[in-house]
Design a protein around this ligand. Structure first.
Ligand code: ATP
Ligand code: MG
Length: 180
């Protein structure tokens, strides 16, 4: 499994549609300060289901939508799609290529799709959670996060391990059904 392409449109500093292509192996993103390198990582986290504004370095979730510049109007929606090569079947879905996408509207509401079919955020989170690409961010290690892991409580550390082992999904399901 590897990431193939990431397309961002109206997401943070990327007003126009922009596509990044990834080859298997290591990809480095380079550029001057403020040019949008971290925004690319934020787009990856967001399309994979991140729900915390703070993890996306914003104040509110709406802050991911292009806010305008001196010569460009703010946009009404942000959308990101990520295509993953699944020829090794790491994702539990019968496609050798999987595209997940997320759109958020400034007026309210969001859309999620898997290979073009509308789905729930939960479906995307569950699709990814067994593959090691979960939203709990042990895959995207941000600045300061190593410290967090080193200083985690035993419960928090168990959470990291449970997600890596693919059992967190089942615990969440159980918690949801107990709550109902
Ligand atoms: P550094 O090297 O300092 O880490 P970087 O390349 O990681 O920089 P980013 O943090 O990705 O830079 O990008 C910051 C830029 O993104 C800022 O110019 C900020 O104004 C812009 N930006 C963030 N959110 C939005 C938004 N919603 N609309 C428009 N621009 C945005
Ligand atoms: Mg940065």
């Amino acid at each position: 499994m590897h990431l193939k392409t990431l397309t961002v449109r109206g997401f943070k500093s990327f007003a126009s549609a922009t596509t990044f292509e990834f080859e298997p192996g290591v990809t480095a993103v380079v550029g001057p300060n403020g040019s949008g390198k971290s925004n690319v990582v934020d787009a990856l986290a967001w399309v994979m289901g991140e729900q915390g504004a703070k993890s996306l370095r914003g104040g509110t979730m709406e802050d991911v939508i292009f806010a305008g510049t001196t010569d460009r109007q703010p946009l009404g929606r942000a959308s990101v799609s990520l295509t993953i090569d699944n020829s090794d079947g790491a994702l539990p879905i019968e496609y050798s290529e999987v595209t997940i996408s997320r759109t958020m509207f400034r007026a309210g509401g969001s859309d999620y799709t898997i290979n073009g079919a509308k789905c729930r955020l939960l479906d995307i989170q569950e699709l990814l959670s067994d593959s090691g690409l979960g939203r709990e961010m042990h895959v995207i290690v941000g600045q300061g996060q190593l410290d967090q892991i080193l200083q985690a409580t035993p419960e928090q550390r168990r959470g990291f391990i449970e997600e890596a082992a693919g059992v967190l999904k089942h615990r969440r399901r159980r918690e949801r059904s107990v709550r109902k």
